[in-house]
Unconditional design. Structure first.
Length: 327
């Protein structure tokens, strides 16, 4: 048996050698294309406006290593990339540089911005609009859905950018840990749950500027910062007082028709109790606002109200320009 196997092995070796002997000699030249790909007009613009001045690379082409393959994600439509990046420069980068110095973003910035065309939907049903990873990169989703002629849509998108950049600032210089002690009992991993317990109304009563702010103090702080930087000071004040104003309006309507109706009077009493809770929420939000103001001034020598004025003005100018261009 061993002799038979030996002959089979020798025969196979002869056939292999014979088949190889007919091949052409191996070329000394590489068959790999080692030439630098030609840069598109967009690539050249990105190099001039992001890579050269800030050392920030923009990844807008498909890369399996940069996305979750378990989700339906796709690269942004090419024509949507430049308009978004124009706004990133005007609304995020330039205001910081104007307030804190021309090297601020260069020294404290992600090394990569990853752009994705569609929504990043989680199993819980929530949608991740963006994330910052170890201070090295920021991923931005639903680029193709951004309507720069719509103020609310644009505010929501740049809320994400300001939120994620705040994380990078906090990773560089942490905020006062006592911030986490302002509303420790209200944080929950189920901030996105259904029902009134998870509504914005409840969040405001508990002293959170948004539902997501209830996730943990790290997200809470970033939500406060991003809210301040996408709204004017007056708009932010209105958001802080939103629930108080809503409840006062509801009370006025009920009191006009109260008469002797016991059920209406019961509703009025409930609203008055909720109004006191809402006022406590306002006081808490003002306390958190003070922490944010102090952090930006003490750690970065930035007047956040001055930064707020520049970011919100730039955003509204862009929306106005896109509306005009669309007519």
């Amino acid at each position: 048996m061993k002799r038979i196997l030996k002959y089979i092995y020798i025969l196979a070796l002869i056939i292999l050698c014979d088949s190889c002997s007919g091949e052409e000699p191996v070329s000394s030249e590489s068959v790999l294309d080692t030439e630098t790909p030609a840069l598109s007009e967009l690539d050249i613009w990105i190099r001039e406006n992001f890579v050269a001045p800030y050392n920030i690379d923009i990844l807008y082409k498909w890369d399996d290593n940069q996305v979750d393959l378990n989700k339906y994600l796709y690269p942004p439509t090419l024509e949507n990339v430049r308009p978004l990046l124009d706004v990133v420069l005007e609304v995020w980068m330039k205001p910081y540089n104007e307030i804190a110095g021309e090297d601020f973003i260069k020294n404290i910035a992600p090394r990569q911005l990853i752009l994705v065309g569609g929504y990043n939907v989680n199993e819980s049903g929530t949608i991740t609009l963006g994330f910052a990873e170890q201070g090295l990169k920021i991923a931005l989703f639903n680029v193709d859905q951004l309507d720069l002629s719509d103020l609310e849509d644009t505010q929501q998108y740049f809320h994400t950018i300001q939120h994620e950049y705040c994380h990078i600032l906090n990773q560089t210089k942490p905020y006062d840990p006592s911030y986490a002690k302002i509303t420790p009992s209200g944080y929950t991993s189920q901030w996105f749950g259904n029902g009134s317990s998870y509504s914005l109304r409840t969040a405001l009563k508990k002293g959170y500027i948004s539902r997501y702010a209830r996730a943990n103090d790290f997200e809470d702080f970033a939500e406060m910062v991003s809210a301040m930087l996408i709204m004017s000071r007056e708009e932010f004040d209105n958001q802080v007082n939103l629930l108080v104003n809503v409840i006062n309006g509801q009370l006025e309507e009920l009191e006009e028709d109260a008469d002797d109706d016991a059920s209406v009077q019961s509703d009025i009493n409930d609203l008055k109790i909720e109004l006191e809770e809402a006022k406590k929420g306002v006081a808490i939000l003002r306390q958190k606002e003070a922490f944010v103001v102090d952090y930006f001034k003490s750690e970065w020598d930035i007047d956040i109200y001055e930064l707020q004025q520049k970011t919100t003005t730039a955003m509204k100018d862009i929306v106005t320009n896109h509306k005009t261009a669309g007519k």
